[in-house]
Ligand binder design. Structure first.
Ligand code: TYM
Length: 330
């Protein structure tokens, strides 16, 4: 089977609906056709200063959410990035292929710096570590949301640069970004993406939130005054976002959904979206409680995933070391 890979940062106590619909749902589907590697990007999370105990907790919670969301650890390797030390090693090689100006031009870095975030060098070289994550597994596709597109472009550039300089060694990956769901919007500000750092509590849906609160947030989502349920992200971003959320969870197209709401108001739409989301998240939350009740099982899954990942990573690093001219260690 061809390989795919993706990761999420453990930077909060719960994933949100954007992570779930934009990425995790696709991770689950793609397991059927690919050998998948799904990891918690704990090294990337170190770019944001975090209390060690909090980081440990969030790393476990993030891995558990992959499983509760439907990732099958028997088929897909689920692991922590830091457990496969080759990631940091290949990250270094990628740093040495990247221009200083090229790294500083990455929009996420520029945004964070312009918002006054105290940037460390890890934040600057974040995309090179991400390139290493992907190239390590010869991934054909990388299922992510729209906000990761530029990171995938630089990954492709670095793979091609490496191959040009050192000979065909790395697989150039393609993004797997599904239209619509790839950018779930903030419920209170539907022109901005839903995000752990940017969204207000009412604009965000945490997967672990109390169902009554989830329903309340959806019912108070910002829409428009036009009154017609129609999919048009440019002029009706709030209504379109609700249609997308419903569509991914119900499997009905946004057009069919819009038609089914003909002559009905936004109140009906919001109530139905709330029902669909709560119906999906209730079993998810039950499964989370089971997984967290017995962390030894979770840790065993992570250890097994790291073993499988390491096998591939070691082979890639051997190829990379030979290509760039590092002596093999005896
Ligand atoms: P992270 O942890 O910010 O987000 C995890 C995944 O969720 C997607 N996502 C969204 N999708 C739709 N709508 C939204 N509002 C939304 N918000 C987030 C993200 O696109 C992502 O797919 N740099 C990565 C982690 C990473 C990685 C990798 C990913 C590290 N190495 C290698 C893929 C491959 C990140 O910060 O994602």
């Amino acid at each position: 089977l061809p390989r795919i890979l993706s990761g999420m940062q453990p930077t909060s106590d719960s994933l949100h609906l954007g992570n779930y619909l934009g990425a995790l749902v696709n991770w689950v589907t793609l397991q059927d056709d690919f050998e998948a590697f799904y990891f918690v990007a704990d090294l990337h999370a170190l770019t944001v200063p975090t209390d060690p105990e909090v980081l440990r907790r969030r790393t476990r919670v993030t891995a558990a959410q992959f499983l509760a969301g439907g990732v099958d650890p028997k088929r897909s390797a689920v692991f922590c990035q830091s457990h496969v030390t080759e990631h940091a090693e290949l990250g270094w090689v990628m740093n040495c292929l990247t221009g200083d100006g090229e790294a500083r031009r990455m929009t996420q870095f520029k945004d964070k710096v312009s918002k006054g975030q105290n940037a460390n060098v890890g934040l600057l070289t974040y995309p090179m570590l991400m390139a290493a994550d992907i190239l390590m597994y010869d991934a054909a596709y990388v299922p992510v949301g729209e906000d990761q597109r530029q990171h995938l472009e630089i990954t492709r550039d670095l793979a091609e640069r490496f191959n040009t300089r050192f000979g065909e060694t790395l697989v150039v990956p393609d993004p797997y970004i599904v239209k619509g769901a790839a950018k779930i919007m903030d419920l209170q500000d539907p022109t901005a993406k839903m995000s752990k750092t940017g969204s207000s509590p009412k604009g965000l849906i945490d997967l672990m939130e109390d169902p009554a609160k989830i329903a309340k947030n959806i019912r108070s989502a910002v829409t428009d005054t036009d009154g017609e349920v129609r999919y048009d992200p440019d002029t009706k971003p709030g209504v379109s976002n609700l249609l997308v959320i419903h569509s991914v969870l119900s499997g009905t197209s946004v057009e069919d959904l819009a038609a089914s709401f003909a002559g009905r108001g936004y109140g009906d739409l919001k109530q139905e979206v709330a029902d669909v989301v709560v119906d999906r998240l209730t079993p998810f939350q039950t499964r989370m409680a089971e997984l967290l009740a017995d962390p030894t099982e979770l840790d065993r899954i992570l250890a097994d995933g790291a073993d499988r990942a390491r096998e591939v990573a070691q082979a890639t690093m051997a190829r990379v070391r030979a290509a760039v001219g590092l002596l093999p260690s005896a």
